[in-house]
Structure formats: structure tokens, C-alpha cells
Ligand binder design. Structure first.
Ligand code: CA
Length: 357
């Protein structure tokens, strides 16, 4: 519905600009915005999406709408982007909703939930499955208009110093993992640890922690975890995909000329699609290099996956019982997940399973 009206607007815009482009460029105001990213420049795919987005917005508006991108921590602490947009310190941000789990676990629906949606399913939920209306309603309370801003695809289960064969092996395991995933892991006996990115390697090396999750082969390789924790597990069942988002202050959004709003929106779609493509192109090469370097690839056993799935469901039911905002999104989300997986099991899974045999 929303996409259809967007396409209609875009078509109208194209007709007008073909005739009246010089007038458009002269009469439109110059707008300068700041975008705070949560990501360091070293995570080039995550950070790069905001750069791609900002360049496209400038080119679509004849250089009149400029959005300057700042890396995590440059002007705003990396994990306070929502607060900064809400307070109007910056006009917009690029971040992951689940970093704000502590404000409300419902933020996770905008990024990832254990045993949640894959990248394609998440995009479909937001664009055509009713998800965007639910999330826009949720973000309104934070003075934010949300847009999709990339996806990592299915993440890896992370790096372990020792092999994990049974559910019992998770007992007392100190793992760097946060948010909803940490809460689910806690039910399995794991002791979740909050460790900042730069401190993960030394903590793994010293054995202060036994395991750490990060992203996937391309990003993990750069941090060299394989040298201190040789067992590399799949899948990251707590992130079947992880979506990044652009958060724009509602007041600033409403002040924009309609053409700038369209430019901004269409540029978020480009950044969104581009990030998944980058990861899908780079991860296989990085994985091949890691395997060559002696990484021991493992998959979580079926009993571990089953126990984790049950722990996740229990966690969601507990949260829904005490948090009406979570419940309001969770119930239709859960119905959508079941429905979309029924289709994927018929349409996608048979060909995937055959090709991956
Ligand atoms: Ca992760």
C-alpha cells in the first residue's frame, strides 16, 4: 500500500522534473543536515550505507539537500543515536534498533529477534506485510520516522574457545552477547557479557570470556577472533537477519519539501538493498580465507537449536504479558512469521536444499 503510493509519487515527480528542472533547482531551499551513525568507519559495509545514502540524496536534489555523515562516537556516542535524534541534536541517524533494547525490547522488531525473520522476510514484512505501519506507530513515541537502512543477512553464531556439543556445554559459558539474545541465552545457562567491540579480542585471548558473537565472516575476519577462539559456529539463530535503520526526527521530516522527502526515502531503499548485496558478495570470500587459516567451522546441534527456540518463545511470551507495546507488534509479527515460513518451505527451501546438498 505504502510502496504503491510512493511509486505513484515518484512517477509524478519524474514527470514534473523533466519539464521544470531548472526552476526546481532555483526555488528549492538549501538544507544541511547531520546524520549520526552508530558504526565506525572500519565496519565499512555498515558505515558505508549512510555514505551511499547521503551522496544519492545530494545528487537527487541538485546538491541542495546535504546530509553530513558522522561515524559512531564522532559527535554522538555510538549507542545514543536514538536519544540524539529524539532530542533534535542531529536531524537523523543510522543505527540498529536493538541497541535500544533497554528502552523497550520492542525496538528489536526493527532489527532482529532470535528465530525471527530472514532478510527477505523482514523487508517483505515492512514493505508489504503490515510491519511498517506498526513500527511507524511505535517510533512516533520517540519523535522518529523510521526507514529501512540495510541488512547483514543471517549472522554467524560467533567464536568459541571450546567446542559446544550439548545444551549442557552452555552452562556457565561467558559469552559476549547482548539484548534479547542475551536474555534468551541466559535461559540456557549462558552468562551474557557486555563487552565493547574493541575489548572483545583481549577478553577472548585472556579467557575473561569464553565466546563472542559479532556479525559474519567479512566483519569478523578483520578482528582476528580466529587466533584466540578457533571454533566458528553457525547459525546465529538470534539474528536470522539483522536490519539497520535510518531514524529521522519527525519535526525535521515535516519541514522538508515533498521532493526532498521523496529523495530521502528512495535513497534509503538504495542503501538498504546495497548493504545486503555487499555482504552476500563479500562473506563467501572472507569465509574461504578463514577456513584456509584453519578456522574450525561447526553448526549448533539440533537439540541446542530446539532448546534455544523454546527459550526464545518463552521470553517473548513473558515480555508480551507485561509490555503492551511489545504485544501489539509481536502478535501480528508471529502470525506473519508462520505464514511466510509456510510459503518459503514450499517455494524456496526445496531448491535451496538441493543446491546446498
Ligand atoms: Ca551479531
Amino acid at each position: 500500500m505504502q510502496r504503491r503510493s510512493f511509486l505513484k509519487n515518484a512517477a509524478v515527480g519524474a514527470t514534473v522534473s523533466a519539464v521544470a528542472m531548472p526552476a526546481f533547482a532555483q526555488t528549492q531551499p538549501t538544507v544541511n543536515w547531520r546524520l549520526a551513525s552508530s558504526f565506525p568507519k572500519s565496519l565499512d559495509v555498515l558505515f558505508g550505507a549512510a555514505d551511499t545514502f547521503s551522496k544519492r540524496v545530494a545528487s537527487l536534489t541538485g546538491g541542495k539537500f546535504n546530509i553530513r555523515v558522522f561515524a559512531g562516537g564522532e559527535i554522538i556516542p555510538a549507542l545514543q543515536v536514538v536519544d540524539a535524534v529524539q532530542a533534535g541534536t542531529v536531524e537523523m541517524g543510522h543505527t540498529a534498533g536493538y541497541y535500544y533494547f533497554g528502552k523497550d525490547p520492542a525496538f528489536c522488531f526493527d532489527t532482529a529477534l532470535p528465530f525471527g525473520l530472514t532478510s527477505r522476510q523482514q523487508t517483505a514484512w515492512l514493505m508489504s506485510g503490515g510491519g511498517m505501519a506498526l513500527m511507524r506507530d511505535f517510533f512516533k513515541d520517540y519523535g522518529i520516522v523510521n526507514f529501512m537502512g540495510g541488512n547483514t543477512g543471517t549472522q554467524m553464531g560467533g567464536w568459541f574457545r571450546k567446542e559446544i556439543k550439548t545444551v549442557k556445554d552452555l552452562q556457565g559459558l561467558k559469552m559476549r552477547i547482548a539484548g534479547m539474545a542475551g536474555r534468551v541465552m541466559g535461559k540456557l545457562g549462558v552468562v551474557p557479557q557486555q563487552v565493547a567491540g574493541a575489548d572483545v579480542y583481549p577478553a577472548l585471548e585472556k579467557g575473561t570470556i569464553d565466546a563472542a558473537e559479532w556479525v559474519g565472516p567479512y566483519d569478523d575476519e578483520k578482528l582476528g577472533f580466529n587466533r584466540v577462539a578457533p571454533f566458528y559456529y553457525a547459525p546465529g539463530w538470534w539474528e536470522p537477519s539483522a536490519q539497520l535503520s535510518f531514524y529521522v526526527g519527525i519535526k525535521e521530516w515535516e519541514k522538508l519539501p515533498k521532493e526532498y522527502q521523496s529523495a530521502l526515502e528512495v535513497a534509503t531503499y538504495e542503501a538498504h538493498t546495497g548493504m545486503q548485496a555487499e555482504y552476500d558478495a563479500r562473506n563467501p570470500q572472507a569465509l574461504a580465507r578463514l577456513l584456509k587459516a584453519g578456522v574450525k567451522l561447526r553448526t549448533f546441534s539440533a537439540p541446542i537449536m530446539e532448546a534455544a527456540f523454546n527459550a526464545a518463545t518463552q521470553t517473548y511470551n513473558e515480555e508480551a504479558a507485561k509490555n503492551p507495546k511489545f504485544k501489539k507488534i509481536y502478535e501480528p509479527w508471529k502470525a506473519y512469521r508462520q505464514n511466510v515460513n509456510q510459503w518459503f518451505s514450499v517455494g524456496e527451501a526445496p531448491i535451496q536444499n538441493f543446491m546446498l546438498r
